[in-house]
Design a protein. Structure first.
Length: 191
């Protein structure tokens, strides 16, 4: 059986991307084919190179106004795109040609949408005195954080938690669940 190929899109430091590289290292069924970044200084690129993962950097014009990225992904036989801290809205041509999965650091539909990423989310959770937060892994459509939910996991938010403390709890859930859910989705095993 030919290995399924994942392309990871990232904008930042790439801690989730690196966790995914490690998870699929030596996996006979799934490989991380490439990491794509919209910032040439994204530390995710360094993490990818350290793990021998091919990297690509693209600009706004290539992403929104051409089919270059789609053609390269097709030539590389990529089966699925995973967003790991990627902040741009995905254009229709990518959504229509690939299954795309994203992870969001809150329990959608709460705290989703444009501008709701990273610490912005955790600050809003703390300010609104939520008792729980967590992660949502979902399919990507043409709108921020509105695709069909695949999986959610919760963590408690204590009254004295800071946004940084909430972020730490949420990161632990990301590392624990994201690679496993990707694997299930890629292999079509929803058991």
């Amino acid at each position: 059986m030919e290995q399924k190929r994942i392309a990871i899109f990232a904008s930042g430091s790439g801690t989730n991307a690196e966790n995914i590289f490690k998870y699929f290292l030596g996996n006979e069924k799934i490989m991380v084919d490439s990491l794509w970044a919209n910032k040439s200084d994204a530390y995710a690129l360094v993490r990818a190179q350290k793990h021998g993962v091919k990297t690509f950097v693209f600009n706004r014009n290539q992403f929104y106004n051409t089919n270059e990225i789609i053609e390269t992904l097709r030539n590389r036989k990529v089966n699925i795109i995973v967003l790991a801290g990627f902040l741009w809205l995905i254009p229709d041509n990518l959504v229509e040609n690939f299954t795309i999965i994203n992870i969001h650091p809150a329990l959608l539909p709460k705290y989703g949408g444009k501008g709701m990423y990273g610490m912005n989310v955790h600050k809003a959770v703390v300010e609104n005195k939520e008792t729980h937060s967590g992660i949502t892994i979902h399919y990507v459509n043409q709108h921020y954080d509105e695709g069909k939910i695949i999986f959610q996991a919760k963590c408690e938010v204590n009254p004295d938690d800071t946004p940084e403390m909430v972020a730490q709890k949420v990161h632990e859930l990301e590392y624990q669940h994201f690679p496993r859910i990707i694997e299930q989705e890629v292999l079509g095993d929803n058991s």
